[in-house]
Design a protein around this ligand. Sequence first.
Ligand code: FES
Ligand SMILES: [Fe+2]
Length: 329
Amino acid sequence: MSVTSIVPEFLFDYPRGWFIVGASKEFNNETPTPLYYFGRKMVGYRDSKDQVVIMDAVCPHMGAHLGFGGKIKGDAIQCPFHHWEFGASGKCTHIPYSKIIPPAAKVQSYPVHEVNGLIFLWNDPEGLEPNYEIPQIPEWHDTENWLHWDVRLRQMKTQQHEVIDNIADATHFGPVHQMHVTDFSVKFDRHMAIQHQHGPSAMSYGDDGLLSTDAVYHGPGYLLTYLYTEIDTIMLVGHTPIDKQNLQIFFGLMIDKRAGLDADKIEAMVQHGQDSFFQDADIWENKSWVTNPLLVNGDGPILQARRWYSQFYRPRTDLPMYAGYSKAA
Ligand code: FES
Ligand SMILES: [Fe+2]
């Protein structure tokens, strides 16, 4: 089999999956939250049961943006221009001056999941229901021992697949992150990519200078990493396409409170974690996408990773052809 024939194709502009669109606290039942992801204007709010609703924001009447000046009315949102109202399903429920509501008076509404202090939107180019879940972090509920993250944002001029390559890139840790990796493994299991690494690292807080990490991608845009050193932490990295050239990065760090850190030390640790993740940013923002990279022994399972994440860029009917790769190491 030639190398070219095993390079996967990405058939969708944006991958299928759960993507963070904000922190829980950014959504309420008083003021709508305008959003822009996947090249679409959207709006989010909380309904009367406190559930987050996200729908396309362009009013089908005359195009006003529901997120700017719109009002939340129970379960519905009211357009600021002529006061048409749209329910959580996206269907128009009320036109103040017409008893007839045209069938086309609707916008697309998206599956939403709230977990770990985050709001996830299900993006699916085929318009199907979610086929995996974002799990609760057990430590999130252990507030006695764990500090919640305060999500920080940064936009990056790059594409989703450049960032995902990183999960399998064994040889960039030394040059970019000043980490000498002595153990490195990646497994691919359905919608998850699971990485373990160990070695001396600038991110270690122990006298021995060692760091072990266990990182799991749950789908193509949500990476959760447990970092084990003198002070244990859990790192969030979410990346959601804004459009085809730009990503929104969501960064967060949960810290084990039992380390007894004061506010300054906590801030320094969060900043350090954030800086470490963004050490790749200059490279991503300036590099070119190489479909068929010139790989040598030791590079890490980059092609297996691409096969794994190509599942999110293809119709579901295509997925059985990748089954043989689901357990690749
Ligand atoms: S543009 Fe929304 S009600 Fe007219
Ligand atoms: Fe990296």
